[in-house]
Write a protein that binds this ligand. Structure first.
Ligand SMILES: [Cu+2]
Length: 102
């Protein structure tokens, strides 16, 4: 589970900001702040075809969730994602997919 949190000074963040999964896992993002957030992949490995997962819908309202299904659209490798409204205030993360992940 990844929380979408507010930080002092008007910053926002994913917590944890870096995590690893296996293909087949589902990552649940949970709204834990007062601003809408999304999960938008900016950099991903060659061969990844994220489709509708490339830019997720907004997560709005306390406790709202967004489930990212890490299926065969995701190849092994490292993915960098941001929240569109809050990229400039630090809301970004790194997802690692693969057998080397723990
Ligand atoms: Cu955000």
């Amino acid at each position: 589970m990844v929380k979408m949190v507010g930080k002092p000074g008007g910053q926002f963040a994913f917590e944890p900001a870096a995590f690893s999964v296996q293909r087949g896992d589902t990552v649940r993002f949970v709204q834990a702040s007062t601003a809408p957030h999304n999960v938008h992949f900016k950099k991903f490995p060659k061969g990844a075809k994220l489709g509708s997962a490339a830019s997720g819908r907004y997560v709005i309202g306390p406790g709202a969730t967004y489930d990212l299904v890490v299926d065969t659209r995701f190849v092994d490798g490292t993915y960098q994602f941001i929240c569109d409204p809050h990229e400039s205030v630090g809301m970004q993360g790194t997802l690692t997919v693969g057998t080397s992940a723990k």
